[in-house]
Design a protein around this ligand. Structure first.
Ligand SMILES: [Zn+2]
Ligand SMILES: [Zn+2]
Length: 377
């Protein structure tokens, strides 16, 4: 299937991609496990994991392993986000410099093309709970006694800051993410810009609603402590949660701009989650009608849709036309073509397929609707 996809992709899209972006697709198809979404009409789709731990806080591996995992998954950008205040390995691995994990990861990443963004996890009881600061330049300056100063020190370095696992049952036994006055203060004072809607194995509807209500950037992260392969069952077809960042170019600065602008989609257990405009850009960039012809003299059109993404889309047919092959809910498998037999009742020069994508989530109860224009040959 991958070979077929590659041939089709080469045949059909190289010219289009070059026209859109002026360069070849940034994700190499290195292996079946690579996390792969096509670029959108206006932006590159960068695969990012901005919440990871190593032995420099409570993780179990050295930073080079995080870079090797990122290579295997074709991750574009990572951040080592060690707990500033929680250092359980410090007796065995003394390190007065909280920047060390980032420095080592950057060294290992040098030959790989992976972008390493400097981060740290501000680790507090709720409120405010845990938060990651990205694009800092000195993690040591974030070490403070009180809760607020860590945020202000990060912001003085220009940080993008997001609230981690607001639904974490160790801090919220009911698992319900809920904004506190402390968070209201952080948001009002430009000290909180994003929120994890997805963390490791969890997704939070309440966090998604908070993101939409307060225009926070939607984040999805692995929060990996052990090994990506074991934790997310990669050998069994699983994948780590990531944030797809819609960026103007493949640089740290462009990622930073996109994060502050809120152009992200979380990718979690075969589900895309984000603001409507971003999810719609990713899904529309993934689905193309590649062929449409009426069968013989009939009014049944064979419409072939190519899905260039990793998502196995489950779609509901809202077109008003019945399909020959099913009762209206169907799959568009990843990196493959699917042909639908559409009963338009008369032969039309053009029509539209309207689909509700059940695993493209744009609100706690909302699913994305897309319209694919069809012009039979
Ligand atoms: Zn945490
Ligand atoms: Zn963490």
């Amino acid at each position: 299937m991958r070979l077929l996809f590659f041939v089709l992709a080469f045949h059909l899209s190289v010219a289009g991609l070059l026209a859109q972006h002026g360069h070849a697709h940034p994700h190499p198809h290195a292996s079946g496990r690579s996390i792969d979404f096509p670029d959108t009409k206006n932006y590159l789709t960068l695969v990012c994991d901005f919440h990871q731990h190593t032995v420099f806080s409570d993780g179990s591996v050295w930073p080079d392993i995080r870079i090797q995992e990122a290579q295997r998954d074709s991750v574009d950008a990572v951040a080592m986000t060690e707990h500033l205040e929680y250092q359980p390995h410090q007796d065995d691995i003394p390190h007065p410099d909280r920047n060390r994990s980032h420095v080592l990861a950057t060294e290992y990443a040098e030959a790989t093309g992976i972008i390493v963004i400097q981060g740290a996890e501000i680790t507090r009881d709720l409120p405010p709970g845990h938060a990651n600061a990205l694009f800092i330049n000195d993690a040591n300056a974030l070490l403070h006694e009180d809760s607020l100063s860590g945020f202000t020190a990060a912001r003085e370095q220009g940080a993008f800051i997001f609230w981690n696992h607001p639904n974490w049952i160790a801090q919220r036994p009911d698992g319900v993410a809920e904004l506190t006055p402390f968070h209201d203060y952080l948001i009002a004072n430009d000290l909180l810009h994003g929120i994890e809607v997805v963390n490791e194995f969890t997704i939070s509807k309440e966090a998604l609603q908070i993101a939409l209500d307060h225009d926070l950037t939607i984040m999805g992260t692995s929060d990996i402590h052990g090994l990506i392969d074991y934790q997310f069952g990669v050998a069994e077809g699983g994948h780590r949660p990531v944030t797809l960042v819609l960026a103007r170019e493949r640089t740290a600065e462009a990622i930073r701009e996109a994060l502050f602008a809120g152009r992200t989609v979380a990718w979690f257990e075969n589900t895309l989650v984000g603001k409507t405009e971003n999810v719609s850009a990713v899904v529309e960039g993934s689905l193309q009608v590649t062929r449409a012809t009426y069968r013989g003299k009939s009014s049944v059109a064979a419409v072939t849709i190519r899905n260039d993404s990793d998502a196995d889309f489950t779609v509901e047919n809202l077109s008003g036309y019945s399909l020959q092959s099913d009762l209206g809910v169907l799959h568009l498998p990843p990196h493959a073509e699917t042909t639908l037999e559409v009963m338009t009742l008369e032969r039309l020069p053009e029509f539209e397929l309207r689909l509700r994508v059940l695993n493209a989530v744009t609100g706690p109860e909302e699913r994305l609707e897309v319209t694919l224009p069809v012009a039979p040959e």
